[in-house]
Write a new protein. Structure first.
Length: 561
């Protein structure tokens, strides 16, 4: 057994300061063993942690970095076996660059080509760069510079003088650079370095503040390439899910949360990721950012020389360890030769083509349908679109879910107000309810029963979601009504603890408060577990507190799936 003696760095501060740079990058992968072999055997990164996706414990979360997993060195992956390949495009990070010693260009070119990999060379801001695809097509770049050293992994297959030095930068493709500039420079304290022409458009570089306590040269840069009119990306294997920026402690993160909220970015509540704390938000091009804390770090729950050897679960999943281990595919750590997981890789069902029920146009997002155990059906409001309501997927940031958003003919589920006499909305209302039936049947055919489905909607879609739950007798995982109420108040029958969240404004012109309250009372009387909240000043809209409640309801469904 090797022993490691790797120093940790920490720079607590009681005052908000500019964001230092990159903390980690999280990517979707497919085959976990191929992923491990590439990042450890080819690139020489240490697998510092094996855990699970906290939103979907049936999926690994694999972390690679330097000896101790310092911020600015961590590449993480969610491997979903047999997942379809993503397509690069605007609104996402498309490449991650490591820093390599300036004198190691020939070494890395020879190593990568010698392993049969296709390597592309380039110059970027005057620095030589090599680009290679990982097994899922993610662009991994090496930028050759004399950056600050990181904590070397003694068992790395790469000689120390050629070892990668943590991250150099990430590259995002965007519709327009101004929105990213407003975020990084205006809100987070980055500085703009310069611009240059790129094959895809104009590249602009932004630099984080660095860390005076030793990390000054690690993970400093965010590049964006402006591609006006470029196609948006399609998420899948090889796609970057989010890029995490680094802040020292919880106090600074809280300060940034307040600042981002005031600027209209709608950050999530703080998420406990066991080894750091996180908030997430999107800028207007669509790139998902995270701000993550340095502490507590990866050696928090296992010794440095044991990192990556054990399947580590958060406390709230320990009681389910046997079930989780049985579901996870078998992987081998090349450092220790340890087998983790019990299911043979390749025995998971293959992803099937998503087939919408006849006559229903459905947009999808989130986890591929064949790989999901939980689903959300989202119903748009009158005059809205499936694409509108599907944008909530980014705000919710729950990677376990597959999201389905059907499109109503003429952008309306029924022609009159939900308060109109019932016959005035027929046969359209029955057809809309049948649409939900058809989607639930399709999900069940894919192995996702209604108890693992959350049905949600906004405005007219919220009324439809409540009406379906009230009438159908189907036991759903939960219902979310954002500015909605029941269409009819004469249904009976036990709702058997059905979780329901309802949000509304007291003066909503479309959803009268007395109808909202009557709906709440009826659902409670029939045995539903109702969380109904009234938000003064909300208007006919959705606020962050409603999204938080929706997220909590959905996370509870994941925990029971």
């Amino acid at each position: 057994m090797l022993s490691y003696y790797c120093s940790m760095t920490s720079s607590p501060s009681s005052q908000i300061s500019p964001v230092q740079g990159l903390h980690h990058i999280t990517v979707m992968a497919s085959d976990p063993q191929r992923n491990i072999d590439f990042y450890t055997n080819v690139l020489g990164q240490r697998m510092v942690k094996v855990t699970v996706n906290f939103d979907d414990p049936g999926t690994y979360h694999l972390y690679y970095g330097d000896c101790t997993g310092q911020p600015g060195t961590i590449m993480t992956h969610f491997p979903w076996p047999a997942a379809a390949r993503g397509v690069r495009g605007n609104g996402e990070i498309v490449a991650t660059a490591y820093s390599a010693p300036a004198a190691s260009y020939d070494y890395w070119l020879g190593r990568l080509t010698g392993l049969g990999l296709e390597v592309r060379g380039d110059q970027r801001f005057g620095q030589p760069t090599l680009t290679v695809d990982d097994p899922d097509g993610t662009w991994v770049e090496l930028v050759f510079e004399d950056g600050a050293p990181v904590e070397e992994w003694p068992a790395s297959p790469i000689p120390p003088e050629h070892a990668l030095r943590g991250f150099h930068s990430v590259t995002g493709w965007v519709r327009e650079t101004g929105a990213v500039r407003d975020l990084l420079v205006g809100q987070l304290g980055f500085t703009e370095v310069g611009t240059e022409d790129d094959a895809e458009g104009q590249r602009t570089r932004f630099r984080g503040s660095g860390d005076d306590d030793g990390g000054a040269g690690v993970g400093l840069f965010v590049d964006v390439v402006e591609r006006p009119g470029g196609a948006r990306g399609s998420f899948g294997a090889g796609s970057v899910h989010h890029v995490a920026l680094r802040t020292r402690d919880d106090e600074q993160q809280t300060a940034y949360m307040g600042q981002l909220t005031a600027a209209g970015f709608r950050p999530t509540p703080v998420q406990d990721r066991q080894y750091f704390h996180s908030i997430y938000f999107r800028e207007s091009n669509g790139i998902l950012f995270e701000i993550a804390t340095d502490a507590p770090g990866f050696p928090d729950d296992e010794a440095v020389d044991e990192l990556g050897k054990h399947l580590k679960l958060p406390e709230w999943y320990e009681a389910r360890r046997p079930t989780i281990e049985a579901h996870l595919p078998r992987i081998v750590s090349p450092e220790y030769g340890v087998t983790l997981g019990t299911r043979e890789l390749g025995t998971a069902p293959a992803i099937q083509e998503e087939t919408a029920p006849s006559g229903i146009q459905v947009l999808t997002a989130g986890r591929p349908l064949g790989e999901a155990r939980v689903a959300a059906i989202l119903l748009h409001g009158r005059g809205g679109t499936a694409q509108d309501i599907l944008s909530l997927e980014g705000d919710l940031n729950l990677s376990a879910f597959t999201y389905l958003a059907p499109q109503a003919d003429g952008n309306s589920w029924y022609p009159q107000s939900f308060l109109a006499p019932l016959e005035q909305n027929q046969p359209h209302l029955d057809a809309a309810l049948a649409t939900v039936d058809a989607l639930l049947a399709e999900l069940e055919a894919q192995g996702i029963g209604p108890q693992n489905v959350v049905l949600g909607g906004f405005s007219q879609g919220a009324c439809l979601a409540l009406e379906y739950a009230s009438r159908s007798g189907v036991r759903l995982g939960g219902v979310v009504a954002l500015s909605g109420a029941l269409i009819t108040l004469d249904e009976t029958g036990d709702l058997d603890g059905l979780p329901v969240f309802m949000g509304n404004a007291p003066d909503d012109a479309h959803i009268p408060l007395d109808r909202f309250q009557a709906s709440e009372e009826l659902l409670r009387s029939r045995g539903a577990s109702v969380d109904a909240r009234v938000f003064p000043g909300l208007g006919h809209a959705i606020n962050a507190e409603e999204l938080d409640a929706m997220r909590a309801l959905m996370q509870a469904v994941v925990g029971q799936a």
